[in-house]
Design a protein around this ligand. Structure first.
Ligand code: LLP
Length: 425
């Protein structure tokens, strides 16, 4: 499989637009997405009958619109995500369903929307069957099964096994089929998602578990979903998953089931990260450069309020510098080892850290206050996990289409920060 050879440490442009110009026009920190990369990643997955985007990875309406126009349907995990999908022009019905609600609970808002818009539900807890059945008997449903094992890039993104809260335990499937019957619900789909950022070895194990569960459900089954979990290459030297091999495993599973049941089985995949991760860049400005004993620090105007993956999981993101001087020849710019941190009043606000909070260093070009630092592969689980900690506004988001930048979400203002707050009189 193709390996990512290296990520450049100097970067002048994103998708044909100058980084310095983007920062000047939109301010910093700003997320920038390259539409062409999103479409390229969608096209990688065309072998699957249905590509269902797990919008939790990046739910900006402009991203959802790109997905919709490229024939991708969506997953929603909350009332808010259902409403985003509707706002981006998805209709819930049809085959495949335009929107599927996948969660381990129905909060009351989400259940109301699922009922009102006739949205297909993928139930991850037995209680959901009763809650749906009481209000909407006769519906078709999918069951999300926890096959008893899982794997992710971090223990926090492993969604299988008995330490995970996700899905219906595989041994409870029979009981859930009875519950569904009692509630007049028809089980037409099965879904398994064992974790995020996993690998082919673990993903491949899901096929066998799916086949066993599908046989238990029987002929009412029309759709199986392989879930998400496809990794991307964040480091030089990492390879992409062999998608052809992955598809072949699932296709063989689907074919065997179709032969057994005597009707077609639709095969869905549900990627989150894979679609937007590499399209996204977080542009920040270096606001302080300081030596602390043996360590040189670059402090940015973006912190874990803007991108939380490093502090949450010790995640590695490639980084590059756009020098205000415009110099772009790496041979002419000396590099040194630096620690990269943010502006927050919290010592964990470090982008160069490993899981467990261990601070590490990165070889980056020598830079000054006013130069820009770009955090790359930040299009998935970036903006969506940003927060207002330290009363920092959420960053702006910009989409580049055909070398033209479009502001797709404006930076929050102070008024946005305090909206809804009041002082009792
Ligand atoms: N389907 C379900 C039911 C999921 O829970 C998830 C992710 C996906 C699909 C998409 O998984 P993906 O293809 O993105 O691996 N915040 C973490 C990732 C959490 C993933 C949660 N669920 C991170 O930044 O790595």
């Amino acid at each position: 499989m193709p390996q990512v050879e290296m990520f450049p440490t100097l970067r002048q442009q994103i998708a044909g637009v100058s980084v310095v110009e983007l920062a000047r026009r939109f301010g910093t920190p700003t997320y920038v997405y390259d539409e062409a990369k999103i479409v390229e990643r969608i096209n990688d997955l065309r072998a699957f009958d249905v590509i269902r985007y797990a919008q939790k990875a990046n739910s900006n309406l402009a991203i959802l619109d790109i997905c919709r126009r490229n024939g991708v349907v969506v997953d929603a995990v909350s009332a808010g995500e259902i409403r985003r999908a509707l706002a981006a022009g998805y209709s819930p019905g049809g085959h495949p369903h335009g929107i599927v609600y996948t969660a381990d609970i129905f909060d009351r808002d989400a259940l109301d929307l699922v009922i009102e818009h006739n949205i297909h539900a993928n139930c991850g807890s037995p209680d959901m069957l009763d809650q749906l059945g009481e209000r909407a008997p006769g519906r078709e449903v999918t069951l999300r099964i926890n096959p008893g094992f899982g794997h992710g890039h971090s223990q926090k993104t492993n969604t299988g096994g008995e330490q995970s809260k996700h899905g219906i335990w595989h041994e409870s499937l029979d009981e859930c089929l009875l519950r569904a019957d009692r509630q007049g619900l028809m089980v037409t789909g099965l879904h398994m998602h064992i974790g995020s950022g996993t690998d082919l070895e673990h993903l491949a194990q899901v096929c066998g578990a799916m086949e066993r569960c599908a046989e238990q459900v029987g002929r009412s089954l029309t759709t199986i979903s392989a879930g998400g979990g496809l990794p991307i290459a964040y480091h030089a030297g990492q390879s992409y998953v062999d998608l052809a091999q992955y598809y072949a495993l699932w296709d063989a599973t689907r074919q065997r089931l179709a032969a057994k049941f005597g009707h077609d089985i639709t095969l869905e995949i549900e990627p989150g990260r894979y679609i937007p991760a590499e399209s996204g860049y977080l542009i920040s400005e270096i606001r302080a450069v300081k030596q602390m004993g043996a360590n040189m620090f670059y402090l940015l105007d973006a912190g874990f309020n803007s991108l939380a993956r490093p502090i949450l999981y010790g995640s590695y993101h490639p980084m590059s510098i756009a020098l205000a001087s415009g110099e772009s020849d790496p041979a002419r710019v000396p590099h040194h080892e630096v620690v990269v941190g943010g502006p927050l009043c919290e010592s964990g606000d470090i982008f160069t850290q490993e899981e467990g909070g261990f601070v590490c260093k990165r070889a980056l070009p020598v830079a000054q206050v006013g130069d820009l630092l770009v955090i790359e592969c930040a299009g998935a689980y970036g903006f969506v996990m940003a927060s207002n900690y330290n009363s920092k506004p959420l960053p702006a988001e910009v989409l580049i289409r055909n070398e033209t930048p479009h502001l797709v979400r404006s930076r929050q203002t102070f008024e946005d920060l305090v909206r809804g707050e009041s002082i009792p009189q």
